[in-house]
Design a protein around this ligand. Structure first.
Ligand SMILES: CC(=O)SCCNC(=O)CCNC(=O)[C@H](O)C(C)(C)COP(=O)(O)OP(=O)(O)OC[C@H]1O[C@@H](n2cnc3c(N)ncnc32)[C@H](O)[C@@H]1OP(=O)(O)O
Length: 207
């Protein structure tokens, strides 16, 4: 997998800390990275959906992406996803796809527009055992930093229920009004994050 750049958009996996079991006199053990961020792949779809099931389906009966849609987007645009793994287990993730219109519409729930200026964040979720520890904010921040490295991407948009507006505002998103998209009885507010900065920021941000 190559580093993120305009020509090769994938995120090189990187670990925060490795446990390598290298005590003197012992054979070096191979262990999984304690903490790693990387793009998701089709193999991660089941773990993604397990988190979604608990986070959304058990609460409202609905979820942002059903299993076939998770697979659809991880196949079409894995470079617009990010997973956080601890000891190899998925603890938080973001899945996005490309979008090319000002506001989200029903089509945006299923479509990926390649090389689009907008990334639609379909879902951010943290494993229920890991919530309220800052992980949601951290993975969102890392995802937005990663998007800065993708030359064509100018902004990220998402829709959320009203109780999450403060969470996204703290991350730098702006409320751009009610969303035209509804899922059953659920209504949403659309939020926007402008990436801006262009080439100068990319050159100076380790992309
Ligand atoms: C585009 C979308 O996907 S919108 C849907 C977002 N995802 C979900 O609702 C799935 C279930 N929830 C989750 O997975 C997580 O709770 C997330 C992603 C919403 C937040 O991740 P966490 O790791 O728990 O949040 P983190 O610890 O970084 O931040 C906590 C802050 O967010 C706020 N927050 C987190 N969850 C909620 C909530 N359900 N309602 C209101 N505020 C919340 C907390 O009050 C806290 O604010 P504070 O800093 O002022 O105390």
């Amino acid at each position: 997998m190559a580093t993120a750049s305009a020509s090769s958009p994938f995120l090189k996996p990187f670990a925060l800390r490795y446990s390598v079991g290298s005590s003197p006199g012992r054979q070096r053990r191979h262990t999984l990275p304690a903490s790693e961020f990387r793009n998701l792949s089709l193999q991660d779809a089941i773990s993604v959906f397990e988190i979604e099931r608990e986070a959304f389906i058990s609460v409202s009966g609905e979820c942002p992406l059903h299993m076939d849609e998770v697979r659809h987007f991880l196949e079409l645009c894995p470079e617009l996803s990010l997973g956080w793994f601890e000891e190899g287990r998925l603890v938080a993730f973001v899945i996005g796809s490309g979008w090319d219109k000002e506001k989200l519409s029903q089509d945006a729930l299923t479509i990926h527009v390649p090389d689009a200026p907008t990334v639609h964040i379909h879902v951010l979720a943290v494993h229920h055992k890991c919530r309220q520890q800052g992980k949601g904010s951290i993975i969102l921040w890392r995802y937005l930093q990663y998007l800065r490295c993708l030359a064509m991407v100018k902004r990220a948009v998402l829709m959320c229920e009203d109780f999450l507006i403060p969470f996204y505002q703290k991350a730098g998103f702006k409320d751009i009004g009610p969303s035209g998209v509804a899922v059953g009885p659920l209504t949403f507010t659309e939020m926007e994050y402008t990436l801006g900065g262009g080439a100068y920021l990319r050159r100076n941000s380790g992309c």
